[in-house]
Design a protein around this ligand. Sequence first.
Ligand code: GDP
Length: 203
Amino acid sequence: MPVKQAEFFVSNSDPAKCPKPDRPEYAFIGRSNVGKSSLINMLTSRSTLAKISGKPGKTQLINHFIIDNEWYLVDLPGYGYAQVSKTDREKFAALIDGYLTSRPNLLCTFVLVDSRIEPQKLDLDFMYNLGEKGLPFVVVFTKTEKLGPTKLQATLDAYRARLLETWEEVPEFFVTSAITAAGREDILAFIRPLNQAYKSEEK
Ligand code: GDP
């Protein structure tokens, strides 16, 4: 079932000012240029909801979108932008960390990785930190239409192997493409039952 309604809600540079945690939310994060804005637009079937740009490092705010009047989709700042100063990088890290640890309604974080690039320490470290904090996450492989099935499988296997060096279980993987809309239904089908479970717990 596609998203019916998707609207920008609010942007913030202070986690404490994020909306009241009154509905389930899902955060999307990854290194700059991974394809996060494109994925958000693809998921919501809106071509301009999140701003796509060739320029990495532009999203430096926490952006809340409200989906079907039911859940928040949260666009987090991209990390690992080399041209940002150390002080700014630390500021972003604190912003992201402050957000992640202050949202009781955050049901899952979608960590985006570029399927064309071998597992990166920066991404693995980010996943490690989520795991350490006990925050549920899944891995979203972007731009997969660029790879043939063999190469794609090799990427998935490489990630699985790297994650198994640290963890006993591997989080769920989603294979996506903003060009072909691959993975859209899988991600929405993953979110729906979590929303349902959240609703029934609230009663
Ligand atoms: P963000 O910085 O993570 O928000 O990334 P963007 O969504 O702005 O995308 C960065 C670049 O990757 C842009 O040039 C996009 O057109 C391109 N891109 C994003 N998703 C895909 C995809 O699924 N396939 C391909 N081939 N290119 C993509």
